[in-house]
Design a protein around this ligand. Structure first.
Ligand SMILES: N[C@@H](CCC(=O)N[C@@H](CS)C(=O)NCC(=O)O)C(=O)O
Length: 220
């Protein structure tokens, strides 16, 4: 199997965790990325595989897939052991919804914090606007954290460790690395974060993201 990933790609790193949790060996190619140029130049294999020209792209034999959620679904079907989704339809639906919440709903305020690791804007007015938007985004994230905490079923979001935990952990990790709200005011979410973050597969990815941050980002 081959995975096209990137040092600071939240979505590609999700897939790395799932592959490692399933014990699947894979070759990883990190595509070009810098804070000033973004994903440039685009990797030819990514352009060929994905009309959105985004990582992750996974190649498994004659099958080429893009989009972390589609890849999660495929991995669960093709390599069901160990499971990363509940078996019952309602449990699976809840798990998918929490993954979507992480990828699409938390992502919106999260995106407003991303300027903190990018080159500083030259226009002071734009910088003030970015700071104001970030303040609002932090309030939204804290509200969302409360909602996420209310979904916990024991130590994890869907009973056992699932794709919902992977996606949510990555969104929360990105918020934290971008100076977003701390989890300490929501002890159950902090405990969940500690439990997920201490899994070796997750800890390895978090460490690589921190190293990439030191290499590629300006101070938040
Ligand atoms: N919904 C997609 C999102 C993928 C995505 O946004 N990938 C980013 C990196 S995290 C990317 O490759 N961006 C490059 C671009 O949009 O040009 C997924 O889950 O895989």
């Amino acid at each position: 199997m081959k995975l096209y990933s990137a040092p600071l790609s939240l979505f590609a790193r999700k897939v790395e965790i799932a592959l490692a949790e399933k014990g699947l060996s894979f070759e990883r190619e990190l595509v070009a990325f810098s804070q000033s140029e973004g994903y440039s130049p685009k990797h030819p294999a990514v352009i060929a595989a994905n009309p959105k020209k985004q990582v992750p792209v996974l190649v498994d034999g004659d099958l080429t897939l893009f989009d972390s959620t589609v890849i999660f679904e495929y991995l669960e079907d093709a390599y069901p052991q160990p499971p990363l989704m509940p078996r019952d339809p309602k449990g699976r639906a809840r798990c998918r919804l929490l993954e979507l919440t992480a990828d699409e709903i938390l992502l919106r305020p999260l995106a407003k914090l991303m300027y903190r690791t990018e080159p500083e804007h030259s226009d002071p007015e734009r910088r003030r606007q970015q700071a104001a938007e970030a303040e609002q985004a932090e309030r939204e994230l804290l509200d969302l954290y409360g909602m996420v905490a209310s979904k916990l079923e024991g130590p994890y979001l869907c009973g056992a460790f699932t794709t919902a935990d992977i996606a949510m952990f990555m969104s929360v990790l990105y918020s934290l690395r971008l100076g977003g709200p701390k989890l300490a005011s929501i002890p159950t979410l902090q405990a969940w974060h500690d439990a997920v973050g201490s899994r070796p597969t997750v800890a390895a990815v978090a460490l690589e993201v921190a190293e990439a941050d030191r290499r590629l980002s300006r101070k938040a």
